[in-house]
Design a protein around this ligand. Sequence first.
Ligand SMILES: *[C@@H]1O[C@H](CO)[C@@H](O)[C@H](O)[C@H]1NC(C)=O
Ligand SMILES: *[C@@H]1O[C@H](CO)[C@@H](O)[C@H](O)[C@H]1NC(C)=O
Ligand SMILES: *[C@@H]1O[C@H](CO)[C@@H](O)[C@H](O)[C@H]1NC(C)=O
Ligand SMILES: *[C@@H]1O[C@H](CO)[C@@H](O)[C@H](O)[C@H]1NC(C)=O
Length: 423
Amino acid sequence: MILKIIVCVACVQAVAVGVVSGKSLLLQPRHPLPFTADQAPLIARIGPHDARHPDSLHHHAGHVSSSFSGRHGGKGSVDGCPLCPASHEISPCACRCLNDTAATIECGPELASCSQLTEVMSLNSYPVNTYLRLVVADTNLACKLEKALWGRLVFQEIEIINNMFQALDNRAFQPFSATLTTLNLGGNTLQDVYFSTLSDTPLLRFLTLSYNKVDFLPGYSAMTLPLLETFDASYNKIRKIIAETFAGMPRLQKIDMSNNAITKVYARAFAFPQHDASSLVVNLSNNAISSIEPGVLEGVRVCTLDLRNNHLINLPEAVYRPIIDFTAASAIFWTNNNPFDCDSHFCWIATNQTVSGTFNTVLCPNLGNYPVEVITPMCSILPNTTTPRYSRSRGHPAHPAPFRKSQVSTAVRNLRRPFLRRP
Ligand SMILES: *[C@@H]1O[C@H](CO)[C@@H](O)[C@H](O)[C@H]1NC(C)=O
Ligand SMILES: *[C@@H]1O[C@H](CO)[C@@H](O)[C@H](O)[C@H]1NC(C)=O
Ligand SMILES: *[C@@H]1O[C@H](CO)[C@@H](O)[C@H](O)[C@H]1NC(C)=O
Ligand SMILES: *[C@@H]1O[C@H](CO)[C@@H](O)[C@H](O)[C@H]1NC(C)=O
């Protein structure tokens, strides 16, 4: 109670002093915080998740604008916040205290230029130099993300979202090498990205590049991020995934590459020499994938692979069986909406319940969209067709043993199993 009254009095004084002199002694931190390495324990306590940190870009936009309206006085005015400079100094950006130890700096549409951003970052009046989060959102700016953009401040989370930024330069985030855990660059026009520079921020746990124009990801462990849990590059223009793109990220739990232009996934694209997370979800849905090489996913004990809405014609045993075996059949493959041409190549799935259990229902557009189990009767009358020659069936699968139409229609007519119905 007494504390509340003191805080209230401080608010009133801050406003009054601010109005009278334009400068307030009360803006000095009550307990000056140690900077640099001494602050590490403090940083560790401040996690990347908070209630004001929703995933969706739309929510981000709302969040930013509401914080801007919040900064103009009224109850909870930030002017009493010991971690922030006076609001007129940092304008057009805003500084906001979340509590005694965490504050954010947020810049919105009022930000007029990239040099203005650098000016704001370089002010001398920041009471501390480590902030929980920097937000630059909803501007028309096309700044290059480079080291020279920043001042002396460091951040644990950076959200540069819904702008027109195109390029990410070498060493762009190096100043944050000891602090950065979350980097969200969603909703820009990034294309020219110096990916290996991401290895400069080894504490990174969440990386979002969604809704950009990225068309290439480097392989061979060019990105080494020992703590990264989420890699989100959905809604870009990526065309292929090459070997060892993620091999330097042993803690990954989620890779979202949905809604790209991927046509081919190369061997070892998702190879993890030392995967060290409880599970991995790889989302490749809504691409144009027609070819996946054997050995695509290695070293993961529990995984889900979302392949919905692609251009797959076959599900080669050589690609999926090793994954099923390595995961002790706990793997889950989602395959809806692919133009499967179900023939004897699918017998290895249709005739083994352990295998078919890892695939959510495989539907066969060439057989009236029935589940793949419809071919089971033919698998027994065509011996030795369950081991086709995979080297030939990669890419454009050959069809050495197609079923005769009459066989299939007889099988379909004879269906008695209740779960086999047209979707
Ligand atoms: C301050 O807020 C941050 C972010 O919401 C939170 O992670 C941290 O635990 C809070 N610290 C205290 C001392 O309440
Ligand atoms: C993959 O992404 C799509 C949207 O792009 C989403 O609808 C789907 O739920 C995701 N799959 C998984 C397994 O998370
Ligand atoms: C079914 O597939 C599983 C997983 O590959 C394998 O371990 C098992 O031996 C197969 N069963 C038969 C009867 O072939
Ligand atoms: C099927 O393969 C087995 C061994 O792999 C062989 O002994 C058998 O003769 C084959 N049957 C036919 C019909 O080709």
